[in-house]
Every structure is written in C-alpha cells, then in structure tokens.
Design a protein around this ligand. Structure first.
Ligand SMILES: N[C@@H](CCC(=O)N[C@@H](CS)C(=O)NCC(=O)O)C(=O)O
Length: 204
C-alpha cells in the first residue's frame, strides 16, 4: 500500500501494538508523540481526531482516522496482503481469525482489568458479563493455545499479534494465571520472538 501512516504514539500504550503491526507489514509510518502527563490527548486538536482521547489513533494515508486496536489490525492486514497476516475472506480460517481477533478486546482485556482492579469482592453474575468470568476466559484461551501454535492453526496472523500483545502486557502487570500456564507462556514467547516485535521496541 502506498502512502504514509501517522500513528499518535506513547510507548507505554496500546499504540505500541499498532506500531508492531506497522513493522510486521512493512508500512511507511511516522510516530507523533503524545504526552499523557501534559494532557496532550485531551487537547482540542487531538479530541477532534479521537473524541475518546485515547491511543491508538491512526491516520491512514488518505486521511481517514482509525481507532480501536483490533479494527486497525484487521484493516492493516487487509491493506498489506503480501504480509500474509489474514486468511482469505469467507474461509473457515478467516472466521476463526475474527473470533480470536475480537476475543482480546471484548473478553480478555475487560476480564483481566476487572480481575486485577476491582476492589469490591462481590462477584458479578457471569450471564451479565460479556466475558463470563476471568477463569472461563483463561481456560478457553489455554484450550486453544495448547492445541495449536497460533489461533488459526500453524500460521501467525494479526489475531495472534493482538492476542499476544495483550497477553504480554497483562503478564507484565501480573494478571493472574498467565505465568503458570505453559500454553500461554509458550505462545507469548513465540510471538514476542518475532523480528518485527523486537523492532517495535526500539526507541521512537
Ligand atoms: N478501546 C481502545 C482502548 C484504548 C485505550 O484505552 N488507550 C489508552 C492507552 S493503552 C489511553 O489512551 N489512555 C489514555 C487516557 O485514557 O487518558 C482500543 O482497543 O484501542
């Protein structure tokens, strides 16, 4: 794909996941530093791009603004088919890819944040929560990752990138059970051993 992407960036934010993806696909991109401490993500200029005041915020070469990690990963995988990070449309592999691509932000992330940060010990009913319970989420992930090296089988895709990045940072924040799971630990080691992962960790 021609043209330059502009990624509003803070190294300790989900924008780093998008930077990893830009490295994977070999995109031309620039980073625009955003200082949370100075409130730059709450400036009128930034809020005009993303009224949520959040990163990642990515401006595509044609000026379209994208937010939401999983949506950005899916779009970049489609824009750079030569990188081979998305299975063909309307195949069983594509269905499985979407399933796990969205599992990270809709189940894993909220379940982990709830498990780690909620002070009130009263458990919420499983049926009221999209993620059911943290243990259900981790059991489900373990089952998948014990069965195959990557979520769609033997090939690394953008879904592995999104899930792997989330598991990686949750492990660093001490989310329960992740360090004790051989399947999850092995998966995180596999995806974070990629060259593009190492490149995205270089100072901006
Ligand atoms: N739903 C968003 C989450 C974005 C998000 O929460 N970003 C955090 C950084 S990791 C942020 O910008 N926080 C700054 C703030 O809320 O002030 C996504 O999946 O991309």
């Amino acid at each position: 794909m021609q043209g330059r992407f502009k990624l509003y960036f803070h190294p300790q934010s989900r924008a780093a996941v998008v930077r990893w993806m830009l490295e994977e696909v070999g995109a031309d991109y620039e980073l625009v530093p955003v200082d949370f401490e100075k409130g730059e993500n709450r400036s009128p200029e930034f809020l005009a791009l993303n009224p949520m005041g959040k990163l990642p915020t990515l401006v595509l070469p044609d000026g379209t603004v994208m937010t939401e990690v999983a949506a950005i990963l899916a779009h970049l995988a489609d824009c750079f088919p030569e990188a081979g990070l998305a299975p063909a449309i309307a195949t069983p592999e594509r269905a499985t890819y979407y399933r796990w691509l969205f599992f990270a932000p809709s189940c894993l992330e909220p379940a982990a944040v709830d498990a780690m940060m909620r002070k009130d010990s009263a458990p919420l009913p499983k049926r009221a929560l999209g993620w059911g319970s943290y243990d259900d989420v981790i059991d489900t992930l373990e089952g998948r990752l014990a069965a195959a090296p990557y979520v769609t089988g033997t090939r690394f895709t953008a879904a592995d990138l999104g899930l792997g990045a989330t598991l990686w940072w949750l492990s660093m924040f001490g989310a329960p059970r992740l360090q004790e799971s051989a399947a999850i630990k092995g998966f995180v080691e596999r995806v974070t051993g990629r060259e593009a992962f190492l490149r995205h960790r270089q100072p901006a």
